[in-house]
Structures are given as C-alpha cells and as structure tokens.
Design a protein around this ligand. Structure first.
Ligand SMILES: Nc1nc2c(c(=O)[nH]1)N[C@@H](CN(C=O)c1ccc(C(=O)N[C@@H](CCC(=O)O)C(=O)O)cc1)CN2
Ligand SMILES: NCC(=O)N[C@@H]1O[C@H](COP(=O)([O-])[O-])[C@@H](O)[C@H]1O
Length: 211
C-alpha cells in the first residue's frame, strides 16, 4: 500500500498539465484553482504541439508553457527525456494529462511514479486509445463515460481512480456524444483532483483509494 503524496495541512499542490488540443479540461482545473480552498495551482502547461487553444488558455491565465515536439528530437527516447526533465523542473506534486496525445515512456513514469494521471473519454477498459467516443458509438453501447486513471507503461491500462457514466442517446452524433462526455469528464477531473490534493490517495494493487 503506497501513499502517493504526503499531505501537509494548508499545502497548495503543484499541478503540471499536459495537453494536445482545446484544453477545456485544463480550463476547468485553472478555474477550480482560483479558489484557494481547492488546494492546488497549475504551475505549468506542456504540449506536444503548438498552435492549440489550450496553450492560449494557459497564457491568458499567466501560466508558464512549454512545447516539446517529437519530430524535433533525434529519437523518441530523447523526447521522453526532455519531457521528463522539463516537467520535473516545475516540481509537480501531480502531473495531469488531459487530451495529451502522446504515450510517455519508462523514464517519465519512473520519475513521476504514482503521480501521473490521465483523463480518458471512455469507461476503461472499454475503448482505450484516441477514439473513445467514436468506438463507443460504433460498438453500439448504451452507456459510456470518462475514466481518470494512473498512467502505466500500457495504453490506458493503469489503475482507475474515478469513473463517471454518460448515456449514449439514439440520435447521438460523434460530436454530441463527445461533448456530453466532456461535461461529465471535466467535473470528475476537478472533483477528483481536488480530493486527491486535499486528502491524498493510496494504491492497493489495482485499486486506488482517494482521501
Ligand atoms: N505511459 C502512458 N502515457 C500516456 C497514457 C498512458 O496510458 N500511459 N495515456 C495517454 C492518453 N491517451 C489516452 O487517454 C492516449 C494518447 C495517445 C495515444 C497514442 O497512441 N499516441 C501515439 C501518437 C498519436 C499522435 O501523435 O497522433 C504515440 O504516442 O505515439 C494513446 C492513448 C497519455 N499518455
Ligand atoms: N485518450 C486521449 C484522449 O482522447 N483524450 C481526450 O481528449 C479530450 C481533450 O479535451 P480538451 O482538450 O477539451 O480538454 C478529453 O475528452 C480526453 O478524454
């Protein structure tokens, strides 16, 4: 049983958020952090590409940003090392991947062991990867949702921290379903990260207990 973060009363947890797109989950965290009682601050936002709205959101909020593109490095492992060192430089208590479309390697996972989480738009283990809502529609499920989990070396295979169910409607399009999931996903992310930073969490095998 490992306690991933030692809570110090009144401590403001340091969050680094990783993105690749619009950053609405990032914005939800930024907005939540505006309340000192939430117990966290977004100290940096990182991306694998530039020209995305999520970086604009961070800049509007006065949050430092960085971009590391895989193609700018000689090897994927060099990119992974750069991600690891840049993120470590911000001394995060928790690294939150929210629409970050790159798998991070062993070096990153070891450095932030038990403190790297990801929000995904399906009810894992169903529909991992980058097409969660589309795969749910194609399969014909009646319920899907969002999952917050601890990242491991697999693709969306880490221990589940929280899940929220979202109905699939008969007339759903990919767009309507994706947005309905996002509404629930953002609330889950804010509520669960807040509970984690204020009350800590522990991992017992495949189970994660918050608070
Ligand atoms: N070590 C891990 N890193 C990440 C995980 C994880 O579970 N373990 N989750 C992802 C987020 N994610 C789904 O939630 C996800 C993101 C990206 C991919 C993927 O196949 N990426 C490809 C490139 C895709 C592209 O650039 O278009 C890749 O990394 O080569 C799968 C799942 C965050 N990181
Ligand atoms: N598996 C990776 C993946 O597809 N992640 C998904 O990208 C979206 C980002 O939205 P946002 O940029 O508006 O926060 C989120 O819905 C997240 O689940």
């Amino acid at each position: 049983m490992a306690r991933a973060i030692e809570r110090v009363a009144g401590m403001t947890a340091r969050l680094v958020v990783l993105i690749s797109g619009s950053g609405s989950n990032l914005q939800a965290l930024i907005d939540a952090c505006a309340d000192p009682a939430y117990g966290a601050e977004v100290v940096a936002v990182g991306a694998d590409r530039d020209g995305i709205e999520g970086l604009n959101r961070a800049e509007r909020a006065g949050i430092p940003t960085f971009v590391h593109k895989v193609r700018d490095f000689a090897a994927r492992s060099d990119w992974d090392s750069a991600m690891t060192e840049t993120v470590a430089g911000y001394e995060p208590d928790l690294v939150v991947s929210a629409g970050f479309l790159k798998l991070l390697g062993d070096g990153f996972l070891e450095r932030f062991d038990g403190r790297y989480i990801n929000t995904h738009n399906s009810l894992l283990p169903s529909f991992p990867g980058m097409r969660g809502p589309a795969a749910a529609l194609e399969y014909g499920v009646k319920v899907t949702g969002a999952t917050l989990f601890l990242c491991d070396a697999g693709v969306d295979t880490g221990q589940i921290i929280a899940q929220v169910a979202v109905p699939v409607l008969d007339d759903d399009s990919l767009e309507t379903l994706t947005e309905r999931i996002k509404v629930a996903e953002r609330q889950q992310l804010v509520d669960t990260v807040g509970a984690m930073v204020r009350g800590g969490w522990r991992v017992e095998g495949r189970r994660v207990v918050v608070g």
